[in-house]
Design a protein around this ligand. Structure first.
Ligand SMILES: [Zn+2]
Ligand SMILES: [Zn+2]
Length: 186
């Protein structure tokens, strides 16, 4: 996914791309939760140029599979990736970063727009969107996906999937503070 900044006219530029399943797979490879792509992703972006800065408003949806963090069962999740990134020419970035730092120290810092907007750099005339999408996708991934809020997980004693059956193991860890309550039925 590449855009030549000369293609971005005053009204902005709308582009869309299809990212193959293999490419999505590569983007999420190595993630702790073991994400895999279930299919290709469609990416839409609007690019606006303000002097030499380029603002990208991007949207995509990644269809992924992963292992439930509690029971390790397979789950399918669709992760929306919505982002806004401002790109600054790399030769001007030093000044930009300093300005941003200064303005963040004041009591008026932290407006919604400032916090949401992420800054990156580009060099030359071609913007390469793959690394941006990858970064935003990784940020959007749930760190601890579960198959459902009610997932009971695995028995720590025998490893049985407690969603399927109650194995009957004694998983009770005695805590003296609760001794007086042990006969209370909840
Ligand atoms: Zn689960
Ligand atoms: Zn068990």
């Amino acid at each position: 996914m590449r855009v030549n900044i000369d293609e971005i006219k005053e009204a902005g530029l709308r582009r869309s791309w299809d990212v193959t399943r293999e490419q999505v797979d590569e983007m999420v490879a190595g993630e702790r939760a073991g994400y895999r792509a279930r299919g290709p992703a469609h990416v839409e972006a609007k690019l606006d140029k303000i002097e030499r800065r380029v603002r990208i408003d991007g949207h995509a949806k990644a269809e992924l599979s992963a292992a439930c963090g509690r029971c390790l069962g397979p789950i399918s999740i669709d992760v929306p990736v919505d982002f806004e990134v401002t790109l600054v020419p790399s030769n001007e970035y030093g000044d930009e970063a300093r300005d941003a730092k200064d303005s963040n120290t004041g009591p008026t810092a932290g407006s919604f727009a400032l916090d949401q907007a992420e800054e990156d750099t580009y060099s030359g005339k071609v913007i390469e969107l793959d690394p941006i999408l990858r970064e935003q996708l990784l940020l959007a991934l749930p760190g601890y996906p579960v198959c459902g809020e009610g997932c009971k997980g695995l028995c720590p004693v025998c490893g049985a999937n407690l969603n399927d059956r109650e194995c009957g193991c004694d998983r009770h860890v005695p805590d003296p503070r609760w001794a007086g309550l042990k006969n209370v039925k909840l």
